[in-house]
Design a protein around this ligand. Sequence first.
Ligand code: 13P
Ligand code: SF4
Length: 301
Amino acid sequence: MSTIIENIKDLKTKRNAVILAHNYQRGDVQDIADFTGDSLGLSQQAAKTKADIIVFCGVHFMAETASILCPDKMVLLPDEHAGCPMANMITLRQLKIKKNEHPDAKVVCYVNSTAAIKAESDICCTSSNAMKIVSSIPKDQEILFIPDKSLGGYVSSKLNRPMILWEGYCPTHHRILSEHIISLKAKHPHAKIVVHPECTPDVIALADHVASTTGIAKYCKETDAKEFIIGTETGILHRLKKENPQKAFYAITLLADCSNMKLISLEKVLWSLEDLVYQVKVPDDIAAKARVAIQKMLDLS
Ligand code: 13P
Ligand code: SF4
């Protein structure tokens, strides 16, 4: 295994590449990355990198976002099949129909969406800034929030702000059930319950803290508690345990495993750098429109 890691490092230097990994990636992939983070952190890193090549260890919409922000760089996704089921729960045709039904609505688009959908939206958001983005829109302005009904519903209830919600959701986070939490909490009564806003409302209702993946990592590091019940994709446990060896972390359910995120392996990262595959490039006309929505979000973040 060390040979693979050495080869990745050599090739990365030779090609002037940077490796960005999402918090849900396999542990060994997170460990070779130059930066591991949430969707917002990763797009901020992509926007400022001086590297010629970005190897994106995540899913397709993340690589697309990097390509939109860095049109002159080569963006590689080590497995071309690493998609996001939630991003595929809305099509351009469906969105256009909905926009016609609500012609005055501003479209707030969760970054877990395709470039074409972002291009038809007014502003993007991630799970770490959704509250801030929605709050930046005047109170009397109608909002269509796409595609995650869970994140949208969470923001709507926290801000006491009605929004039109799209019926999309994350299949991985919806496998986390409140009954799992209740039985774990009975075993670990002192543990803090920390969940991602892609979870269902009844799971969120039981949480001590709701945050993006990097927000979850920050909370677990900074809070005095010694035990945590974690309600998000299980890949994050690697980072949590590594950063807090003295604390205990319990996954609410091991079913919260995103098979798309786990398609990326060290071998595929190496092949990606060797063969320059799989290149993700958003067509210029779509990228130009999508960039406006993403940049508005970054300016507010
Ligand atoms: P964040 O890392 O931005 O919280 O996103 C979670 C997610 O589901 C990405 O696919
Ligand atoms: Fe998509 Fe959910 Fe997987 Fe994130 S965890 S990539 S939202 S399916």
